[in-house]
Ligand binder design. Structure first.
Ligand code: FAD
Ligand code: ZN
Length: 479
Protein backbone atom coordinates (compact mmCIF):
# COMPACT_ATOMS: atom_id res chain seq x y z
CA UNK A 1 0.00 0.00 0.00
CA UNK A 2 1.32 3.44 -0.92
CA UNK A 3 1.62 5.78 1.97
CA UNK A 4 1.53 9.53 1.68
CA UNK A 5 4.89 11.18 1.01
CA UNK A 6 6.22 13.31 3.88
CA UNK A 7 6.21 16.59 2.03
CA UNK A 8 4.33 19.85 2.32
CA UNK A 9 1.28 20.97 0.40
CA UNK A 10 1.94 23.17 -2.61
CA UNK A 11 0.52 26.72 -2.84
CA UNK A 12 -1.74 25.53 -5.63
CA UNK A 13 -3.16 22.70 -3.50
CA UNK A 14 -3.72 25.06 -0.57
CA UNK A 15 -5.47 27.60 -2.81
CA UNK A 16 -7.78 24.97 -4.25
CA UNK A 17 -8.70 23.66 -0.78
CA UNK A 18 -9.36 27.20 0.47
CA UNK A 19 -11.56 27.93 -2.54
CA UNK A 20 -13.81 24.97 -1.67
CA UNK A 21 -14.51 26.07 1.91
CA UNK A 22 -14.50 29.86 1.42
CA UNK A 23 -12.96 32.55 3.60
CA UNK A 24 -14.50 31.39 6.87
CA UNK A 25 -13.55 27.80 6.29
CA UNK A 26 -9.84 27.59 6.93
CA UNK A 27 -7.11 28.47 9.43
CA UNK A 28 -3.40 28.67 8.59
CA UNK A 29 -2.05 30.92 11.32
CA UNK A 30 0.17 28.69 13.54
CA UNK A 31 -0.94 30.44 16.75
CA UNK A 32 -4.61 29.89 15.96
CA UNK A 33 -3.90 26.32 14.87
CA UNK A 34 -1.93 25.24 17.91
CA UNK A 35 -4.84 24.28 20.24
CA UNK A 36 -6.17 21.97 17.53
CA UNK A 37 -2.84 20.21 17.20
CA UNK A 38 -2.47 19.02 20.76
CA UNK A 39 -3.88 15.88 22.40
CA UNK A 40 -6.06 16.54 25.48
CA UNK A 41 -3.40 15.57 27.99
CA UNK A 42 -0.44 16.89 25.99
CA UNK A 43 0.62 13.34 25.09
CA UNK A 44 1.18 14.13 21.43
CA UNK A 45 1.44 17.23 19.28
CA UNK A 46 0.99 17.51 15.53
CA UNK A 47 1.65 19.87 12.67
CA UNK A 48 -0.36 20.71 9.61
CA UNK A 49 -0.26 23.29 6.86
CA UNK A 50 -3.96 24.06 7.19
CA UNK A 51 -7.13 23.26 9.08
CA UNK A 52 -10.28 23.25 6.97
CA UNK A 53 -13.66 23.96 8.52
CA UNK A 54 -16.29 22.99 5.95
CA UNK A 55 -19.87 24.15 6.38
CA UNK A 56 -21.69 21.49 4.32
CA UNK A 57 -21.46 17.84 3.33
CA UNK A 58 -20.88 18.97 -0.26
CA UNK A 59 -17.82 20.94 0.84
CA UNK A 60 -16.52 17.90 2.74
CA UNK A 61 -17.07 15.78 -0.34
CA UNK A 62 -15.22 18.28 -2.59
CA UNK A 63 -12.32 18.50 -0.14
CA UNK A 64 -12.01 14.71 0.05
CA UNK A 65 -12.19 14.37 -3.74
CA UNK A 66 -9.38 16.88 -4.15
CA UNK A 67 -7.32 15.15 -1.45
CA UNK A 68 -7.88 11.78 -3.11
CA UNK A 69 -6.66 13.16 -6.44
CA UNK A 70 -3.59 14.73 -4.88
CA UNK A 71 -2.76 12.03 -2.29
CA UNK A 72 -3.22 14.40 0.64
CA UNK A 73 -4.15 12.71 3.90
CA UNK A 74 -7.03 13.92 6.07
CA UNK A 75 -7.34 13.91 9.85
CA UNK A 76 -10.98 14.46 10.85
CA UNK A 77 -11.57 16.31 14.08
CA UNK A 78 -14.59 17.07 16.26
CA UNK A 79 -14.14 18.58 19.72
CA UNK A 80 -10.58 17.19 20.07
CA UNK A 81 -11.45 15.66 23.46
CA UNK A 82 -10.37 12.16 22.42
CA UNK A 83 -7.89 10.46 24.71
CA UNK A 84 -5.81 8.40 22.26
CA UNK A 85 -4.40 11.05 19.91
CA UNK A 86 -6.74 10.09 17.05
CA UNK A 87 -7.54 13.67 16.00
CA UNK A 88 -3.93 14.87 16.01
CA UNK A 89 -2.08 14.98 12.66
CA UNK A 90 1.37 13.44 12.41
CA UNK A 91 4.32 15.78 12.24
CA UNK A 92 6.02 14.00 9.38
CA UNK A 93 3.01 13.46 7.10
CA UNK A 94 1.31 15.52 4.42
CA UNK A 95 -1.92 15.75 6.39
CA UNK A 96 -4.63 18.37 6.65
CA UNK A 97 -6.98 18.75 9.60
CA UNK A 98 -10.68 18.63 8.75
CA UNK A 99 -12.59 20.08 11.65
CA UNK A 100 -16.36 19.47 11.54
CA UNK A 101 -17.37 22.01 14.22
CA UNK A 102 -19.08 24.41 11.79
CA UNK A 103 -21.48 21.67 10.71
CA UNK A 104 -23.51 21.99 13.87
CA UNK A 105 -27.14 22.11 12.78
CA UNK A 106 -29.96 19.99 14.12
CA UNK A 107 -31.53 19.17 10.78
CA UNK A 108 -34.68 17.33 11.70
CA UNK A 109 -36.65 16.13 14.68
CA UNK A 110 -39.23 13.36 14.33
CA UNK A 111 -40.90 13.21 17.72
CA UNK A 112 -43.33 10.47 16.66
CA UNK A 113 -40.43 8.32 15.49
CA UNK A 114 -38.32 9.30 18.52
CA UNK A 115 -35.38 10.36 16.36
CA UNK A 116 -33.25 13.42 15.85
CA UNK A 117 -31.11 14.08 12.77
CA UNK A 118 -28.00 16.14 13.43
CA UNK A 119 -24.85 17.29 11.69
CA UNK A 120 -21.58 15.81 12.89
CA UNK A 121 -20.33 19.02 14.51
CA UNK A 122 -23.24 19.32 16.98
CA UNK A 123 -21.99 19.34 20.54
CA UNK A 124 -23.20 16.34 22.54
CA UNK A 125 -24.64 18.76 25.09
CA UNK A 126 -26.63 20.58 22.39
CA UNK A 127 -28.20 17.29 21.31
CA UNK A 128 -29.04 16.36 24.91
CA UNK A 129 -30.69 19.77 25.38
CA UNK A 130 -32.60 19.57 22.10
CA UNK A 131 -33.96 16.17 23.15
CA UNK A 132 -34.91 17.53 26.55
CA UNK A 133 -36.73 20.47 24.96
CA UNK A 134 -38.93 18.05 23.07
CA UNK A 135 -39.62 15.98 26.21
CA UNK A 136 -37.19 13.23 25.25
CA UNK A 137 -33.85 11.86 26.38
CA UNK A 138 -30.65 11.40 24.41
CA UNK A 139 -28.81 9.27 26.94
CA UNK A 140 -25.13 9.46 25.94
CA UNK A 141 -23.42 11.32 28.77
CA UNK A 142 -19.82 11.89 29.82
CA UNK A 143 -17.49 14.43 31.43
CA UNK A 144 -16.57 15.97 28.06
CA UNK A 145 -20.17 16.48 26.87
CA UNK A 146 -19.83 20.30 26.69
CA UNK A 147 -16.96 20.02 24.17
CA UNK A 148 -17.17 16.70 22.31
CA UNK A 149 -19.22 16.43 19.12
CA UNK A 150 -21.59 13.83 17.75
CA UNK A 151 -19.26 12.98 14.85
CA UNK A 152 -16.45 12.35 17.34
CA UNK A 153 -18.78 10.34 19.58
CA UNK A 154 -19.72 8.14 16.65
CA UNK A 155 -16.16 7.85 15.33
CA UNK A 156 -14.97 6.68 18.77
CA UNK A 157 -18.10 4.67 19.66
CA UNK A 158 -18.17 6.65 22.92
CA UNK A 159 -19.37 5.11 26.19
CA UNK A 160 -19.80 7.15 29.36
CA UNK A 161 -22.08 6.82 32.33
CA UNK A 162 -25.31 5.55 30.75
CA UNK A 163 -24.00 2.46 28.98
CA UNK A 164 -25.45 0.15 31.61
CA UNK A 165 -28.99 1.08 30.55
CA UNK A 166 -28.70 2.40 26.98
CA UNK A 167 -25.53 0.89 25.53
CA UNK A 168 -22.69 2.67 23.74
CA UNK A 169 -22.95 5.15 20.87
CA UNK A 170 -23.17 2.15 18.53
CA UNK A 171 -26.55 1.37 20.06
CA UNK A 172 -27.86 4.91 19.67
CA UNK A 173 -27.22 5.53 15.95
CA UNK A 174 -29.96 4.59 13.48
CA UNK A 175 -28.64 6.27 10.35
CA UNK A 176 -25.41 7.79 9.05
CA UNK A 177 -24.14 10.02 6.28
CA UNK A 178 -20.48 9.43 5.46
CA UNK A 179 -18.12 10.95 2.90
CA UNK A 180 -16.06 8.06 1.58
CA UNK A 181 -12.34 8.17 0.84
CA UNK A 182 -12.97 8.94 -2.85
CA UNK A 183 -15.32 11.82 -2.04
CA UNK A 184 -18.60 10.06 -2.74
CA UNK A 185 -21.38 10.46 -0.19
CA UNK A 186 -23.00 7.41 1.39
CA UNK A 187 -26.31 8.77 2.66
CA UNK A 188 -28.20 6.37 4.88
CA UNK A 189 -30.01 8.87 7.07
CA UNK A 190 -32.84 6.50 7.86
CA UNK A 191 -34.61 6.44 11.19
CA UNK A 192 -35.27 2.70 11.09
CA UNK A 193 -35.11 0.43 14.08
CA UNK A 194 -35.33 -2.60 11.85
CA UNK A 195 -33.38 -2.83 8.61
CA UNK A 196 -31.90 -6.13 7.52
CA UNK A 197 -31.34 -5.14 3.91
CA UNK A 198 -27.79 -6.38 3.53
CA UNK A 199 -24.68 -5.72 5.62
CA UNK A 200 -25.10 -3.04 8.27
CA UNK A 201 -22.47 -0.65 6.86
CA UNK A 202 -23.18 1.96 9.50
CA UNK A 203 -21.57 -0.27 12.13
CA UNK A 204 -18.29 -0.35 10.17
CA UNK A 205 -17.99 3.42 10.38
CA UNK A 206 -19.01 3.62 14.05
CA UNK A 207 -15.80 3.31 16.07
CA UNK A 208 -13.58 3.63 12.97
CA UNK A 209 -11.88 6.77 14.35
CA UNK A 210 -11.82 8.60 11.03
CA UNK A 211 -9.88 5.85 9.24
CA UNK A 212 -12.63 4.83 6.81
CA UNK A 213 -14.59 8.00 6.03
CA UNK A 214 -15.82 11.34 7.32
CA UNK A 215 -19.09 11.18 9.25
CA UNK A 216 -21.11 14.26 8.32
CA UNK A 217 -24.56 13.57 9.83
CA UNK A 218 -26.49 10.99 11.84
CA UNK A 219 -29.98 9.95 12.89
CA UNK A 220 -29.98 9.29 16.64
CA UNK A 221 -32.42 7.38 18.85
CA UNK A 222 -34.36 9.21 21.51
CA UNK A 223 -35.98 7.76 24.62
CA UNK A 224 -38.66 8.73 27.12
CA UNK A 225 -37.18 11.10 29.71
CA UNK A 226 -36.05 9.73 33.06
CA UNK A 227 -38.05 12.10 35.22
CA UNK A 228 -37.51 10.27 38.46
CA UNK A 229 -33.95 9.83 39.55
CA UNK A 230 -32.59 8.55 42.81
CA UNK A 231 -28.87 8.85 43.45
CA UNK A 232 -27.18 6.95 46.27
CA UNK A 233 -23.60 6.79 47.52
CA UNK A 234 -22.41 3.75 49.42
CA UNK A 235 -19.26 3.23 51.48
CA UNK A 236 -17.69 -0.06 50.38
CA UNK A 237 -14.96 -2.29 51.82
CA UNK A 238 -13.40 -3.43 48.53
CA UNK A 239 -13.94 -3.82 44.77
CA UNK A 240 -15.08 -7.41 45.49
CA UNK A 241 -17.81 -6.05 47.76
CA UNK A 242 -18.81 -3.56 45.04
CA UNK A 243 -19.27 -6.37 42.53
CA UNK A 244 -21.28 -8.44 45.02
CA UNK A 245 -23.42 -5.36 45.61
CA UNK A 246 -23.88 -4.88 41.86
CA UNK A 247 -25.08 -8.45 41.36
CA UNK A 248 -27.48 -8.22 44.29
CA UNK A 249 -28.76 -4.79 43.20
CA UNK A 250 -29.57 -6.12 39.73
CA UNK A 251 -31.53 -8.99 41.27
CA UNK A 252 -33.44 -6.79 43.69
CA UNK A 253 -33.92 -3.52 41.76
CA UNK A 254 -33.61 -4.67 38.13
CA UNK A 255 -34.13 -2.30 35.23
CA UNK A 256 -34.16 1.06 37.04
CA UNK A 257 -30.41 0.85 37.76
CA UNK A 258 -29.00 3.34 35.27
CA UNK A 259 -25.48 3.84 36.61
CA UNK A 260 -23.14 1.93 38.88
CA UNK A 261 -19.79 3.70 39.28
CA UNK A 262 -16.89 2.84 41.59
CA UNK A 263 -14.72 5.44 43.35
CA UNK A 264 -11.74 4.25 45.40
CA UNK A 265 -10.87 6.15 48.58
CA UNK A 266 -7.71 7.61 47.07
CA UNK A 267 -9.80 9.22 44.31
CA UNK A 268 -12.14 10.80 46.84
CA UNK A 269 -9.11 12.09 48.76
CA UNK A 270 -7.73 13.71 45.59
CA UNK A 271 -11.08 15.25 44.66
CA UNK A 272 -11.74 16.70 48.12
CA UNK A 273 -8.15 18.00 48.21
CA UNK A 274 -8.11 19.69 44.81
CA UNK A 275 -11.66 20.46 43.68
CA UNK A 276 -13.29 23.56 45.12
CA UNK A 277 -16.49 22.78 47.02
CA UNK A 278 -16.04 18.98 47.00
CA UNK A 279 -16.39 17.36 50.40
CA UNK A 280 -16.52 13.86 51.82
CA UNK A 281 -20.22 13.01 52.29
CA UNK A 282 -19.54 10.56 55.14
CA UNK A 283 -17.94 11.25 58.51
CA UNK A 284 -15.90 8.04 58.39
CA UNK A 285 -13.60 7.16 55.47
CA UNK A 286 -14.25 3.91 53.59
CA UNK A 287 -11.88 1.98 51.29
CA UNK A 288 -14.18 2.62 48.33
CA UNK A 289 -17.54 4.00 47.22
CA UNK A 290 -20.28 3.09 44.80
CA UNK A 291 -22.31 5.79 43.14
CA UNK A 292 -25.56 4.21 42.07
CA UNK A 293 -28.38 5.83 40.16
CA UNK A 294 -31.91 4.58 39.63
CA UNK A 295 -34.03 6.28 36.99
CA UNK A 296 -37.56 5.76 35.74
CA UNK A 297 -39.93 7.49 33.34
CA UNK A 298 -43.08 7.14 35.42
CA UNK A 299 -43.12 7.78 39.14
CA UNK A 300 -42.52 4.52 40.95
CA UNK A 301 -43.78 5.40 44.42
CA UNK A 302 -42.29 2.31 46.01
CA UNK A 303 -38.86 2.65 44.41
CA UNK A 304 -37.24 4.77 47.10
CA UNK A 305 -38.55 2.45 49.82
CA UNK A 306 -37.27 -0.56 47.85
CA UNK A 307 -33.87 1.10 47.54
CA UNK A 308 -33.73 1.94 51.26
CA UNK A 309 -34.60 -1.65 52.16
CA UNK A 310 -32.03 -2.96 49.69
CA UNK A 311 -29.31 -0.70 51.06
CA UNK A 312 -29.96 -1.66 54.66
CA UNK A 313 -29.93 -5.37 53.71
CA UNK A 314 -26.67 -4.79 51.79
CA UNK A 315 -25.15 -3.26 54.94
CA UNK A 316 -26.41 -6.14 57.12
CA UNK A 317 -24.99 -8.67 54.68
CA UNK A 318 -21.57 -6.94 54.54
CA UNK A 319 -21.77 -5.76 50.91
CA UNK A 320 -21.77 -2.12 51.99
CA UNK A 321 -20.55 -0.28 55.06
CA UNK A 322 -22.75 2.78 54.90
CA UNK A 323 -25.16 4.46 52.49
CA UNK A 324 -26.85 7.77 51.83
CA UNK A 325 -29.50 8.82 49.36
CA UNK A 326 -29.42 12.31 47.82
CA UNK A 327 -32.39 14.35 49.03
CA UNK A 328 -32.31 16.94 46.23
CA UNK A 329 -30.97 17.47 42.71
CA UNK A 330 -28.24 19.67 44.16
CA UNK A 331 -27.11 16.85 46.43
CA UNK A 332 -27.24 14.37 43.57
CA UNK A 333 -25.12 16.70 41.43
CA UNK A 334 -22.60 17.09 44.25
CA UNK A 335 -22.27 13.29 44.43
CA UNK A 336 -21.79 13.04 40.65
CA UNK A 337 -19.18 15.80 40.84
CA UNK A 338 -17.12 13.55 43.14
CA UNK A 339 -17.02 10.98 40.36
CA UNK A 340 -16.64 13.30 37.35
CA UNK A 341 -13.84 15.38 38.88
CA UNK A 342 -11.46 12.45 39.42
CA UNK A 343 -9.36 13.00 36.23
CA UNK A 344 -9.02 16.73 36.96
CA UNK A 345 -8.00 16.06 40.57
CA UNK A 346 -5.49 13.44 39.43
CA UNK A 347 -3.81 16.02 37.19
CA UNK A 348 -2.98 18.14 40.23
CA UNK A 349 -0.87 15.32 41.71
CA UNK A 350 1.66 15.14 38.87
CA UNK A 351 1.98 12.44 36.21
CA UNK A 352 -0.66 9.79 35.55
CA UNK A 353 -0.29 6.64 33.48
CA UNK A 354 -3.74 5.68 32.20
CA UNK A 355 -5.54 2.55 31.13
CA UNK A 356 -9.08 2.04 29.89
CA UNK A 357 -9.72 -1.62 30.61
CA UNK A 358 -12.78 -3.78 30.35
CA UNK A 359 -13.14 -7.35 31.56
CA UNK A 360 -16.23 -9.42 32.29
CA UNK A 361 -17.85 -7.96 35.41
CA UNK A 362 -17.22 -11.30 37.11
CA UNK A 363 -13.43 -10.82 36.64
CA UNK A 364 -13.24 -7.11 37.53
CA UNK A 365 -12.22 -7.39 41.18
CA UNK A 366 -9.60 -10.04 40.37
CA UNK A 367 -8.20 -7.86 37.58
CA UNK A 368 -7.82 -4.88 39.93
CA UNK A 369 -6.17 -7.02 42.59
CA UNK A 370 -3.65 -8.60 40.19
CA UNK A 371 -2.88 -5.41 38.27
CA UNK A 372 -2.47 -3.39 41.48
CA UNK A 373 -0.03 -5.98 42.89
CA UNK A 374 1.92 -6.02 39.63
CA UNK A 375 2.32 -2.25 39.25
CA UNK A 376 3.17 -1.81 42.93
CA UNK A 377 5.91 -4.41 42.60
CA UNK A 378 7.33 -2.43 39.67
CA UNK A 379 6.89 1.04 41.15
CA UNK A 380 6.79 0.98 44.95
CA UNK A 381 4.43 3.67 46.34
CA UNK A 382 2.70 4.19 43.01
CA UNK A 383 -0.86 5.39 43.69
CA UNK A 384 -3.44 3.18 41.98
CA UNK A 385 -6.58 5.18 41.14
CA UNK A 386 -8.86 2.49 39.68
CA UNK A 387 -12.29 3.98 39.16
CA UNK A 388 -15.13 3.93 36.70
CA UNK A 389 -18.04 2.20 35.12
CA UNK A 390 -18.08 -1.01 37.21
CA UNK A 391 -21.53 -1.97 35.99
CA UNK A 392 -20.07 -2.22 32.45
CA UNK A 393 -16.94 -4.10 33.55
CA UNK A 394 -14.97 -0.95 32.61
CA UNK A 395 -12.29 0.42 34.89
CA UNK A 396 -10.01 3.40 34.31
CA UNK A 397 -6.99 1.78 35.89
CA UNK A 398 -4.92 4.92 36.36
CA UNK A 399 -1.61 5.25 38.12
CA UNK A 400 -0.64 8.48 39.83
CA UNK A 401 3.06 9.04 40.40
CA UNK A 402 4.45 8.32 43.89
CA UNK A 403 4.50 11.46 46.02
CA UNK A 404 7.65 13.45 45.37
CA UNK A 405 8.67 11.33 42.34
CA UNK A 406 10.10 12.86 39.19
CA UNK A 407 7.20 13.28 36.77
CA UNK A 408 9.18 12.68 33.57
CA UNK A 409 10.90 9.58 34.97
CA UNK A 410 7.51 8.24 36.07
CA UNK A 411 5.86 8.92 32.69
CA UNK A 412 8.77 7.17 30.94
CA UNK A 413 7.39 3.97 32.47
CA UNK A 414 4.11 4.38 30.54
CA UNK A 415 4.77 1.73 27.84
CA UNK A 416 6.03 -0.82 30.36
CA UNK A 417 3.05 -0.31 32.68
CA UNK A 418 0.68 -0.51 29.70
CA UNK A 419 2.02 -3.83 28.58
CA UNK A 420 1.91 -5.34 32.09
CA UNK A 421 -1.62 -4.14 32.74
CA UNK A 422 -2.89 -5.03 29.27
CA UNK A 423 -1.49 -8.55 29.57
CA UNK A 424 -3.45 -9.08 32.78
CA UNK A 425 -6.61 -7.68 31.16
CA UNK A 426 -6.20 -9.95 28.13
CA UNK A 427 -5.58 -12.99 30.33
CA UNK A 428 -8.96 -12.22 31.95
CA UNK A 429 -10.67 -12.12 28.54
CA UNK A 430 -10.69 -8.32 28.54
CA UNK A 431 -9.99 -5.38 26.23
CA UNK A 432 -7.16 -2.82 26.22
CA UNK A 433 -9.63 -0.13 25.15
CA UNK A 434 -13.11 -0.23 26.60
CA UNK A 435 -14.39 3.14 25.39
CA UNK A 436 -11.58 5.50 24.32
CA UNK A 437 -10.50 3.78 21.10
CA UNK A 438 -7.02 3.04 19.74
CA UNK A 439 -5.96 6.20 17.87
CA UNK A 440 -2.20 6.46 17.68
CA UNK A 441 -1.41 6.03 21.37
CA UNK A 442 -2.64 2.43 21.63
CA UNK A 443 -1.90 1.29 18.12
CA UNK A 444 1.21 -0.70 18.94
CA UNK A 445 -0.52 -2.30 21.91
CA UNK A 446 -3.37 -3.37 19.64
CA UNK A 447 -0.86 -5.02 17.33
CA UNK A 448 0.75 -6.74 20.31
CA UNK A 449 -2.48 -7.91 21.96
CA UNK A 450 -5.01 -8.57 19.19
CA UNK A 451 -5.62 -11.83 17.38
CA UNK A 452 -3.56 -11.68 14.12
CA UNK A 453 -6.62 -12.72 12.15
CA UNK A 454 -8.58 -9.79 13.57
CA UNK A 455 -5.72 -7.45 12.55
CA UNK A 456 -5.67 -8.98 9.07
CA UNK A 457 -9.41 -8.37 8.65
CA UNK A 458 -9.12 -4.79 9.96
CA UNK A 459 -6.36 -4.23 7.36
CA UNK A 460 -8.49 -5.69 4.58
CA UNK A 461 -11.47 -3.49 5.43
CA UNK A 462 -9.21 -0.45 5.58
CA UNK A 463 -7.67 -1.23 2.16
CA UNK A 464 -11.07 -1.87 0.61
CA UNK A 465 -12.56 1.43 1.78
CA UNK A 466 -9.44 3.60 1.65
CA UNK A 467 -7.06 2.12 -0.92
CA UNK A 468 -4.82 5.21 -0.97
CA UNK A 469 -4.57 5.31 2.84
CA UNK A 470 -5.56 8.98 3.05
CA UNK A 471 -8.16 8.69 5.83
CA UNK A 472 -6.43 9.35 9.16
CA UNK A 473 -3.43 7.19 8.27
CA UNK A 474 -1.51 5.53 11.07
CA UNK A 475 -4.47 5.53 13.45
CA UNK A 476 -5.81 2.19 14.75
CA UNK A 477 -3.63 0.28 12.28
CA UNK A 478 -0.56 1.06 10.20
CA UNK A 479 -0.84 -0.36 6.74
P1 FAD B 1 -12.19 14.09 18.57
O1 FAD B 1 -11.33 13.99 19.77
O2 FAD B 1 -12.10 15.34 17.80
O3 FAD B 1 -11.88 12.86 17.61
C1 FAD B 1 -11.84 11.54 18.09
C2 FAD B 1 -11.59 10.57 16.92
O4 FAD B 1 -12.69 10.58 16.04
C3 FAD B 1 -10.38 10.94 16.07
O5 FAD B 1 -9.79 9.77 15.60
C4 FAD B 1 -10.98 11.73 14.92
O6 FAD B 1 -10.18 11.66 13.76
C5 FAD B 1 -12.31 11.03 14.73
N1 FAD B 1 -13.39 11.91 14.28
C6 FAD B 1 -13.88 13.02 14.89
N2 FAD B 1 -14.92 13.50 14.20
C7 FAD B 1 -15.09 12.70 13.12
C8 FAD B 1 -16.00 12.69 12.03
N3 FAD B 1 -16.95 13.61 11.90
N4 FAD B 1 -15.87 11.71 11.10
C9 FAD B 1 -14.92 10.76 11.22
N5 FAD B 1 -14.03 10.73 12.23
C10 FAD B 1 -14.12 11.68 13.17
N6 FAD B 1 -15.04 8.95 26.30
C11 FAD B 1 -15.90 7.96 26.59
O7 FAD B 1 -16.16 7.09 25.75
N7 FAD B 1 -16.52 7.92 27.82
C12 FAD B 1 -16.30 8.84 28.77
O8 FAD B 1 -16.86 8.76 29.87
C13 FAD B 1 -15.40 9.91 28.46
N8 FAD B 1 -15.18 10.88 29.37
C14 FAD B 1 -14.32 11.88 29.05
C15 FAD B 1 -14.12 12.90 29.98
C16 FAD B 1 -13.24 13.93 29.70
C17 FAD B 1 -13.05 15.02 30.71
C18 FAD B 1 -12.54 13.96 28.46
C19 FAD B 1 -11.59 15.07 28.12
C20 FAD B 1 -12.74 12.96 27.53
C21 FAD B 1 -13.62 11.92 27.82
N9 FAD B 1 -13.88 10.90 26.88
C22 FAD B 1 -14.77 9.91 27.20
C23 FAD B 1 -13.18 10.89 25.58
C24 FAD B 1 -13.83 11.74 24.46
O9 FAD B 1 -14.59 12.80 24.99
C25 FAD B 1 -14.69 10.89 23.55
O10 FAD B 1 -13.85 9.97 22.88
C26 FAD B 1 -15.47 11.67 22.48
O11 FAD B 1 -16.36 10.78 21.84
C27 FAD B 1 -14.59 12.34 21.43
O12 FAD B 1 -15.37 13.27 20.69
P2 FAD B 1 -14.68 14.52 19.97
O13 FAD B 1 -15.73 15.25 19.19
O14 FAD B 1 -13.91 15.32 20.93
O15 FAD B 1 -13.71 13.77 18.95
ZN1 ZN C 1 -15.10 6.56 31.29
Amino acid sequence: MSSVAPTHLSCDELDRLKAIVGDKGWIEDPDLLSPYLEEQRGLCHGTTAIMLRPATTKEVSDVVSLCAESAIAIVPQGGNTGLVGGAVPHKEHREILLNLSRMNKISHVDSRNDTITVEAGCLLKTVQEAAENMGRLFPLSMGSEGSCEIGGNIATNAGGISVLRYGMMRDLVLGLEVVLADGRILSELKGLRKDNSGYDLRQIFIGSEGTLGIITAAVLKLFPPQNNRITALLGIASPQAAIALFEKSRDVLGDPISAFEYIPRIALDLVTKHIAGARDPFETPYPGYVLMELATTLPLPGLKADLELHLSTAIEEGMAENALIAESNTQAEALWQLREAIPEAQKCEGGSIKHDISVPVSALARFIEQASAMVTKEIPNVRVVAFGHFGDGNVHFNLTQPEGADKAAFLALWPRMNSLVHDIACAEGGSISAEHGIGRLKRDELVRCADPLKLELIGRIKRALDPQNIMNPGKIIDI
